[in-house]
Structures are given as C-alpha cells and as structure tokens.
Design a protein around this ligand. Structure first.
Ligand SMILES: Cc1ncc(COP(=O)(O)O)c(C=O)c1O
Length: 422
C-alpha cells in the first residue's frame, strides 16, 4: 500500500546510528544485568535473558541464540518482531511527525477512532499510553457518570482474581491482594465478586454502583474466561441500575481471542458501554484506548480528562497499519489457536500434573498442580519463551503470525520440559 499518496514524502531514512553507546555486539549478558542491578529500582524479577533483537516469531540473545517467542512481550508484539510493514510505517512516520500533543490535530487520531468505532460498535475514543492509563480514564468516566446521577453512586464492582493495572485506581479494582496490600488505603467503593458467580454479582450491584469492570478472559489471573450467563447478567444489572458495563480488553482483546474483541465471542454479542485496550494496538509503540458509547462518553466534558502523549501521530499511524494487517490475520488466529489448544490438550493427557488447558484463540493457559517457574526457565534454556502467572498457570500469548509449524516447535519443547518436570 502506498502510504504517502496524500502527503509529502519524508526524508530518506538514515541507517547510520550516531549515539556514542557501546555496540550491542560488545556487551556481555552479565554486564547488562549488573548495570541494571546497580541503577534500576529492583521491582522486577527478570528472567536471566538479554534480548538483543527479534525477527518474525523469534528473538535472539546477545550470543545470537534463537528463541521462539510465545509470550510476545506479554501480548504486545502481536505481529512478531520487525514486521516489514510496521517497520516501514514507523520509519516513514518517525521522519514525518512523531508527536504534536493534544493541543492540535494530526491526521491519524480521527482515522483510528473511526476504525475502532466500526470494529467495536462503541462510538467514541480516547487515546492513552498503556492499559492502566486507559483503565484510569474509564474509572474516572464511571465516577463522573455516577456522580452526575447521585454523589453516593461511586461503587465499582470488579472480580476476584482480576488484574487491571498498577496505578492507584486500577489497583483499587484489581482483585488480587498481593498487588494491593502494600499500598492501602486505596480508592473507596471497590467491591469484588467471585468469577462467574451470578448470585454474588446480583447481591453486589445496587443503586450505588457506578460501573462493573470485567476482563472477558482473565489474563494475569490465570486465563479464566467469563461465562456467557455471567456477562449477560452483568449487562442486565448494569442497565437496571444505570451503571456502566466496562470491558477491560487490555490482554484479551484486539484480535487475540480470534475476534477483534473478546466480548464479540458471545452469541449474541453482549456489548459493554465502555471498553479499554492497549498491549498489541500499536505493535510495541505505547498506545492504549478507551472506546465508549454516547451515554458513557457524555460523562466527560471538555477539560475533565487528558494525556500529553496519548494518541500521538506515530502510535496512531502504526495502529492503523496494525489493524489493516489484523483484518487479514483473524481467520489464522482462530485456526492456529485451535491447533495449539489441541496440542496442549495432548500434552495434558500425557502429564498427570497438568490440571486444565483454558483460553481462546492465541490466549491460552495450562494450569499445573506444581509451580511453573522452573518449567519456564527450562523452556527458555530450550529456546522457547513463555511465562507463568498465578504460580501454576503456564501462559501462552503467541504472535498472531504464528503458524502450525511454530506451534509444533513450541509443543515439542514443552513436551520435553514437562517430561523433565514430571
Ligand atoms: C487486563 C489488564 N488490564 C490492565 C493491564 C495494565 O496494562 P499496562 O501494563 O499496559 O499498564 C493489564 C496488564 O497486563 C491487563 O492484563
């Protein structure tokens, strides 16, 4: 596709790097890890792997060892690494306009909003930089919606075991004490309901409820899909009490379940009032968004919310390209995801410590009766990147460009490391 048809061509991209930093080829993994230990906040427990570059479904460490990437930067690198169309668009756009702030217009925010409105059936967009920032915005929208009805209408219902991000609002509705306890007191008015427990949901939603926040497939919590019955009841209760139904699709959305958004999997589709997403939407350039129907969007008046970086030209242009490519990939996500699920089920039958395989499309989890950390380390050693969430759930978020061939390779390595664990 000719991307410069209606504007001036950018200057030719200069391949020469000018910054005086040591060439990657001269670095040792130990020196990279030591430097981080000395200068970074020690809040991450990283795996001992330095990734130097990526191509397609693979990444390479400093020594050039190749790894099949089935975690994709926790669901971000949906088109794998160095996808030629994404690289081309980034180069052109970076040489044209990266950022202009939300003081002015640029050509791509409106186009991206229109595209997302068409795909989601939700009319209005706000652009942020991450999942948690999008969740914060949706929380403010819910509070403003409730406040306009009654000052006491500020409660947010979310689910036990959920994950919505690390900022104070998002943390306040994250249903996992291990993330919350150190930072309490958090926002008042958050109430948690067990997943798929319709009776508990009915008891929790009242006139004081401003919004119900749901991940249609819990990600960080261990790949748990919500039942159709539960989501349908949440929709009814939100309508009855004039609360907003908010879908957090940061991890489970934007193609990963084999549909554009996870709420579109159910028949008939249960439309939320608000949806937030992030991770894959700009293939690694930070971008998150809120989509809202007119009723929810009306809660925000001029000046009530904003973001300096949100919706920059580079991120939006890349996202438009990503969505073009996603249109073509959706059938493959369903097909390859189904194939991967069958492979995982075969492995589950062979190993008695595998409890269950869950998920949809290319968002799959394998729950074990034993801790998964050593299995993840062994998989890295064998050249496969996956991770473990909730201590015992192996999580697979492969790139959307993966084929049956990559799934076979992953299944072979998994078979080997599971046999060792057994
Ligand atoms: C469902 C969900 N919501 C929100 C977030 C936070 O997103 P981010 O890390 O981009 O801030 C995540 C991150 O994993 C997530 O899975």
């Amino acid at each position: 596709m000719e991307i410069w048809s209606h504007c001036n061509r950018p200057p030719a991209y200069d391949e020469k790097m000018t910054t005086a930093i040591p060439p990657v080829a001269e670095l040792s993994a130990q020196s990279v890890m030591d430097l981080e230990r000395d200068y970074l906040l020690q809040n991450y427990a990283r795996y001992p792997l330095v990734i130097a570059r990526g191509k397609g479904c693979h990444v390479y460490d400093l020594e050039g060892k190749r790894y099949l990437d089935f975690i994709t930067g926790i669901g971000v690198n949906a088109l794998g690494h160095a996808h030629p169309r994404i690289v081309k668009v980034i180069r052109h756009q970076a040489a044209t306009l990266i950022h202009s702030s939300n003081l002015y217009y640029h050509p791509y925010q409106g186009q991206l909003a229109e595209r997302l409105a068409r795909l989601s059936d939700l009319q209005r967009a706000f652009f942020a930089n991450s999942g948690t920032e999008a969740v914060e915005g949706a929380l403010k929208m819910a509070r403003a919606h409730g406040h306009a009805i009654h000052p006491e209408k500020y409660e947010i219902i979310s689910l036990e075991n959920s994950f919505h991000g690390r900022t104070f609002g998002a943390l306040s509705i994250t249903g996992q004490p291990k993330y919350r306890t150190d930072f309490e007191p958090l926002l008042p008015g958050a109430r948690f309901v067990p997943i798929n427990d319709v009776a508990a949901l009915e008891a929790a939603v009242t006139e004081r409820t401003a919004a119900i926040f749901l991940e249609m497939i819990q990600g960080e919590g261990g790949i748990y899909p919500l039942s159709h019955e539960f989501v349908a009841r949440a929709r009814e209760l939100a309508d009855r009490h004039n609360a907003l139904l908010v879908a957090d699709e940061t991890q489970c959305g934007v193609g990963r379940p084999g549909t554009y958004f996870a709420y579109q999997r159910s028949e008939p589709v249960i439309l939320p009032d608000v949806m937030v997403a992030a991770k894959p939407v700009a293939c690694g350039i930070p971008l998150g968004f809120i989509m809202a129907n007119e009723k929810a969007a009306a809660a925000f008046k001029p000046g009530m919310h904003g973001s300096t970086f949100g919706g920059g030209a580079l991120a939006c242009r890349v996202s438009l390209e990503f969505l073009d490519i996603l249109d073509e990939l959706l059938p493959a996500i369903q097909r390859v995801g189904g194939y991967f699920r069958v492979k995982l089920a075969e492995l589950a039958r062979k190993h008695s410590f595998v409890k269950e395989v869950r998920g949809f499309g290319l968002m799959l989890g394998m729950e074990l009766e034993i801790p998964g950390k050593q299995i993840v380390l062994d998989a890295i050693h064998e050249g496969l990147l996956i991770n473990c969430t909730h201590d015992t759930v192996l999580r697979f978020l492969p790139p959307y460009i993966a084929t049956e061939k990559e799934v076979d390779q992953a299944a072979k390595i998994l078979g080997k490391v599971l046999a060792k664990a057994g």
